[in-house]
Design a protein around this ligand. Structure first.
Ligand code: HEM
Length: 251
């Protein structure tokens, strides 16, 4: 123990701990700036160099990143909501009311989650329109377009499964109508409907299934696919650029 403490003291004094975490000098030269991004777990998602054209705000309007940040807001607020919400037909509605009227800042938490969810649906759709408008669905970005379509479907599914959880009249009837529509899917309609509901009607089984899909399965798949989506952008040579700008100097 004494030796460990002495080692720790020596290490701090000789700055070894600091140097083992931060492995570059103060980022005031191009090399140290590159190393600062490259050797940081969070920053290295972003390329060290990007093309000048990709920095133009009016090309992407930042919609993809906005969608990502809204997803992060949803994960954080959703996790906090899980401390107060129990997916049981006896408790769910009362828990929502408690969040509104009893829990400190509960209404803020709930509304943050709701509005971020509405915002994400709108922003992901707008992002898809931008990608289409700039022709970024063409090779080599065609595979990333397909990943994007799956992300769009996942966004809709997350929104749909979240709708039932407050267990109010709106939720109950919206899911009754929604799952009835799913029942008309050719060949597998009725199977799909009973898979979603865990039976023939919207009840406890349906609430539990929607809850598990909403808080576990769909966010997990979404997280993995967002990772693949970002990785593909890097592998496809960064963001798309107009033809003349394809080899524009990197900034
Ligand atoms: C959860 C949903 C999504 C997230 C978080 C997301 C995130 C991003 C981000 C951060 C970028 C970088 C450029 C930008 O900000 O516009 C991007 C690019 C791209 N996204 Fe998405 N995206 C999502 C959904 C979609 C959808 C629905 C599509 C299409 C169906 C799509 C297709 C693409 C393509 C093809 C690119 C490359 C664009 C280019 O090179 O100009 N994404 N995405």
């Amino acid at each position: 123990m004494k030796r460990t403490l002495a080692w720790l003291r020596d290490a701090i004094v000789s700055n070894r701990v600091w140097r083992s975490i931060v492995r570059h000098g103060y980022p005031d030269t191009p090399l140290d700036q590159s190393l600062a991004v490259f050797s940081n777990f969070f920053l290295h998602v972003h390329p060290v160099k990007v093309h000048r054209h990709s920095l133009r705000a009016s090309y992407t309007f930042g919609l993809g990143l906005m969608a990502f940040y809204l997803f992060l807001v949803l994960v954080v607020t959703g996790t906090l909501l899980m401390f107060y919400y129990v997916p049981s037909v006896e408790r769910a509605y009362a828990d929502m009311k408690d969040l509104e009227f009893v829990v400190s800042f509960g209404i803020v938490l709930r509304n943050l989650h709701r509005w971020a969810a509405h915002g994400m649906v709108a922003v992901v759709f707008l992002h898809m329109c931008r990608v289409f408008y700039t022709g970024s669905y063409k090779p080599p970005r065609d595979f990333n377009w397909v990943i994007g379509v799956v992300l769009l479907v996942l966004t809709f599914l997350l929104s749909f499964t979240g709708y039932l959880l407050p267990w109010d009249q709106l939720a109950f009837w919206a899911i009754t109508v929604g799952t009835s529509i799913a029942g008309y899917t050719p060949l597998m309609g009725q199977r799909l409907r009973s898979f979603l509901l865990g039976g023939n009607q919207v009840g406890q089984n349906a609430l539990l299934r929607f809850y598990v899909l909403h808080v576990m399965l769909l966010p997990l798949v979404m997280t993995v696919l967002i990772g693949v989506h970002f990785w593909r952008i890097r592998k496809d040579g960064g963001l798309s650029r107009p033809e003349g700008e394809e080899h524009a100097r990197a900034a």
